[in-house]
Design a protein around this ligand. Structure first.
Ligand SMILES: Nc1ncnc2c1ncn2[C@@H]1O[C@H](COP(=O)(O)OP(=O)(O)OP(=O)(O)O)[C@@H](O)[C@H]1O
Length: 389
């Protein structure tokens, strides 16, 4: 059973990400601080724990004492202080101007569980992102970073390698697209970021997120995957490309032909890293890395950390910052069951189950080997069904 999705996608009644809906059962959505021990903090950026947006000039003193200190300032320093205040108000008012002009979609009022609400209270503005990028973020309807975004964005911006584990549908895609877009130099006509994914569908979705978040930037995004015209991709690569999203085999093919030049690619992102490190893809991924500069940054996102991921991390990542937001596998609000049966008993077992329980449309994913047979079975048994490919 697939238990993806915390943030429901726009326009849908309760699903999200690349995955399914959230049954309205066992929901517990109260706001709660995340346990500080659930990730491995090898480095902390300066603004990581700064939950208010105002500079704390005298951090060790309570607010009343700060007022006293200010009253004791000399007249000269008072002038400086006033000038600073005027300047910061000028910045604030211009920052209000651009915010007022944003086309923000209506707020998403649907229920969210702790998988996305248990944040530290960071704001996207805490990360000093380019204004055009901030505009794209807000215009996509994101108000505040989700937990995985709070953990990854500031670390990725420092240039550190990351190995991150978070549940599906909790905002992983934006967690790596935002720092990638921030780091790209739009005036450098070269591929600076590669996002590797295991499937064409995921490549298209990811590039769409990059385009939406970066719609006010001049970043050129290209998708390239197997199963499409190589000639078209070659033609496209004669045009500027800053961010390349694709599957390993095709990108490697283009790199070997000398058409996809990766010598300036300083960031490699691996989404669904566990799948990218399966025997099918791993040799291509490893070869690809050799086309990139030695000091490239690698961000790996994966729902599971099998031994292949660990081995790869040990070989290719430099002192990675490890983020683990998956103390438990199942998303909150979802109960999963499994039946251990022989292959030949599966259909019969499902039929029996369906005659007794009514499942939500998204409950069965294509991870079942014979999704088509299953879909026919569900339809024939009058069960609602969605295709999850
Ligand atoms: N900070 C945010 N605020 C509001 N919505 C968000 C935020 N970040 C992501 N989302 C939305 O949440 C949904 C799920 O995000 P996303 O697809 O990035 O999750 P994911 O962890 O990559 O999931 P999956 O692995 O299933 O693709 C999307 O509709 C996305 O637009």
């Amino acid at each position: 059973m697939n238990s993806r999705a915390r943030y429901p996608p726009p326009g849908m009644g309760g699903g999200g990400g690349r995955g399914s809906g959230i049954p309205n059962q066992n929901l517990s959505g109260s706001y709660q601080q995340r346990n500080a021990n659930n990730h491995n903090n090898s480095q902390m950026p300066n603004n990581q724990n700064n939950n208010n947006n105002y500079p704390n000039y005298y951090p060790n003193q309570p607010p009343q004492q700060q007022w006293l200190r200010r009253n004791q300032l000399t007249s000269e320093s008072l002038v400086d202080e006033v000038e600073k205040t005027v300047q910061s108000e000028a910045v604030d008012s211009s920052s209000q101007d651009w915010k007022d002009q944003l086309k923000i979609p209506p707020p998403d009022t649907r229920f969210r569980t702790e998988d996305v609400t248990a944040t530290k209270g960071n704001e996207f503005e805490d990360y000093f992102l380019k204004r055009e990028l901030l505009m794209g973020i807000y215009e996509k309807g994101f108000e505040r970073p989700s937990p995985i975004q709070e953990e990854s964005i500031p670390i990725a911006l420092t240039g550190s390698d990351i190995l991150a584990r978070a549940k599906n549908g909790t905002g992983k895609t934006a967690a790596f697209c935002i720092p990638a877009l921030e780091k790209i130099d739009q005036d450098n006509n070269a591929i600076q970021v590669v996002i590797l994914v295991p499937t064409r569908e995921l490549a298209l979705q990811t590039s769409q997120v990059c385009k939406e978040l970066g719609k006010n930037l001049k970043v050129q995004v290209m998708v390239t995957t197997g199963g499409t015209s190589l000639k078209d991709d070659i033609m496209r690569l004669y045009q500027p490309v800053h961010l390349l999203v694709g599957t390993p085999g095709r990108i490697l093919d283009l790199a070997k032909r000398g058409i996809c030049v990766l010598k300036d690619c300083s960031m490699l992102i691996m989404d669904e890293a566990d799948k990218l490190l399966s025997p099918e893809f791993q040799p291509s991924v490893q070869q690809l890395i050799h086309f990139m500069p030695a000091n490239r940054q690698i961000l790996m996102f994966s729902a599971t950390f099998p031994v292949t991921v660990k081995d790869f991390k040990d070989r290719f990542l430099h002192k990675p910052y490890v983020i683990n937001l998956m103390d438990e596998l199942t998303l909150k609000g979802i109960t999963q069951y499994y039946a251990f049966v022989e292959e030949r008993q599966k259909v019969h077992c499902l039929n029996t189950l369906f005659s007794k329980v009514r499942l939500s449309p998204e409950a069965c994913s294509s991870h079942f080997h014979r999704w088509y047979a299953l879909t026919c079975l569900l339809t024939a048994s009058n069960q609602p069904v969605n295709y999850l490919l």
